[in-house]
Ligand binder design. Structure first.
Ligand code: NAD
Length: 410
């Protein structure tokens, strides 16, 4: 069984060695700064009390406040949360955003909660983590299983506790509460910009055939963004099933919003996730959860390019094997950085009390993510290494330099 945290640590240790980082500051890159584990009693609508486990991990606060999403999913555990927090530090370092990295979550299936149960659980979780969050300490955001409603409840719980409105405590909020236009689609928009950069480099053509695994926030918005650039979206899937043979993406999205899952569709050909991997595609975008592409299914992949919309969607062993087969993998810390980049704009907007336009958001997202792509691409060519090793190398060096410059207290 592959272990996400151990795999990520060993990958980073490999990068540290390659980058000739020899002093012990590197340990601060491997270990999380702060871990909070909380028990969350929830009174269900029927009066019964259930206890849930919640976490908030701050991996780094060296370059600025910790930043990272909150996930509600049955698979949430401490090890995975540490690994995802570490990735956030690297993602923010790679994009040169003034943030460290964090991640949080509750081990719960949000689909089993009523809206009022979800609100009570979110508020209870917030009140438990209040001592370590804040606009200058740690700024949560949505992740799998959470959305702008959860962010509104977090903002309200925090604000009520300090006695005044603090929009900058979370990003991904509704517009009416200081949210920024374009945040909902930001991660998918970023995936679209990366795909366009791949056209410019001659890696793929603009009418490339694309399959997307996971049809939530990232999957849907990546599909819309890629379609805008002329790509052919030919296959989609979620945790229940997948579909092929559709002509009108807008119709599929509208129907998906109504039905909520692909197993409830009856007008298109159905496929499984593994069958999607084996289709004749040019690009695959995993936009679900960790390790969707693994030892058991990576051999099915025909596509030349994989753009990681999700965090850690490819297991370490599968990643190595796919790289050896010459596949081009745009790694998570680059490919899905659009979300945290626009979250950064939202945080700036809330602090300045000056609203950004949609145009400003998109132009600046495009500028930052294209700059990261160019740096990573050139570094990978110069050193003859994969895009993943190049991204991790640049991110680790940025974080390491910040540690060294700050020095060690006391
Ligand atoms: P979401 O909850 O909106 O959607 C997740 C989707 O994945 C759903 O369609 C679900 O059915 C599907 N899924 C889950 N398990 C699956 C499986 N085993 N096989 C196929 N499909 C499966 O979540 P999201 O916000 O879109 O996040 C998806 C990924 O992107 C996560 O890894 C998240 O950490 C990462 N990410 C999200 C953001 C963001 O802004 N939302 C930013 C950066 C990274």
């Amino acid at each position: 069984m592959e272990n996400l945290l151990l795999d990520l640590k060993s990958k980073i240790e490999g990068v540290i060695e390659k980058e000739n980082i020899s002093d012990s500051y590197y340990q601060s890159i491997i270990e999380p700064r702060r871990i909070l584990e909380v028990n969350l009693p929830l009174r269900r609508d029927n009066g019964e009390i259930f206890n849930y486990k919640g976490y908030r991990v701050q991996h780094s606060t060296t370059r600025g406040p910790a930043k990272g999403g909150i996930r509600f999913d049955q698979s949430v555990d401490l090890e995975e949360t540490i690994a995802l927090a570490m990735l956030m530090s690297l993602k923010c370092s790679l994009s040169k955003l003034p943030f460290g990295g964090a991640k949080g979550g509750i081990k719960v299936n949000p689909k089993e909660l009523s809206i009022s149960e979800n609100e009570r659980l979110t508020r209870r979780y917030t009140s438990e983590i209040i001592p370590i969050i804040g606009p200058d300490r740690d700024i949560p955001a949505p992740d799998a299983g959470t959305n702008e409603k959860n962010m509104a409840w977090i903002m309200d719980t925090y604000s009520v506790n300090v006695g005044f409105a603090v929009p900058g405590v979370v990003t991904g909020k509704p517009l009416e509460l200081g949210g920024i236009t374009g945040r909902v689609s930001a991660t998918g928009d970023g995936v679209g910009i990366i795909a366009s950069q791949l056209i410019k480099k001659g890696v793929v053509s603009s009418n490339a055939r694309v399959g997307i695994i996971g049809f939530g926030n990232v999957g849907i918005n990546a599909a819309i963004a890629l379609r805008k650039s002329g790509f052919n979206i030919v296959a989609l899937s979620d945790i229940t099933s997948g579909i092929v043979g559709f002509n009108d993406l807008d119709e599929v999205i509208a129907e998906y919003k109504e039905r909520g899952s692909f197993n409830k569709f009856d007008n298109y050909e159905k496929i499984t996730n593994d069958e999607l991997l084996g289709l004749n595609l040019d690009i695959i975008i995993p936009a679900a959860l960790s390790n969707n592409i693994n030892l058991n299914n990576f051999e099915k992949i025909n596509a030349k390019v994989i753009i990681e919309g999700a965090n850690t969607p490819i297991s370490k062993v599968a990643d190595q094997a796919l790289s050896e087969k010459g596949k081009i993998i745009v790694p998570d810390i680059l490919a899905n950085s659009g979300g945290v980049i626009v979250s950064y704009f939202e945080w700036v907007q809330d602090r300045q009390k000056y609203n950004w336009s949609r145009d400003d958001v998109y132009k600046n997202l495009e500028r930052i993510i294209s700059d990261s792509f160019e740096r990573v691409y050139c570094y990978s060519i110069d050193r003859n290494i994969s895009l993943r090793d190049a991204s991790l190398g640049l991110a680790v060096k940025e974080l390491y330099n910040a540690h060294k410059l700050r020095g060690l207290y006391p």
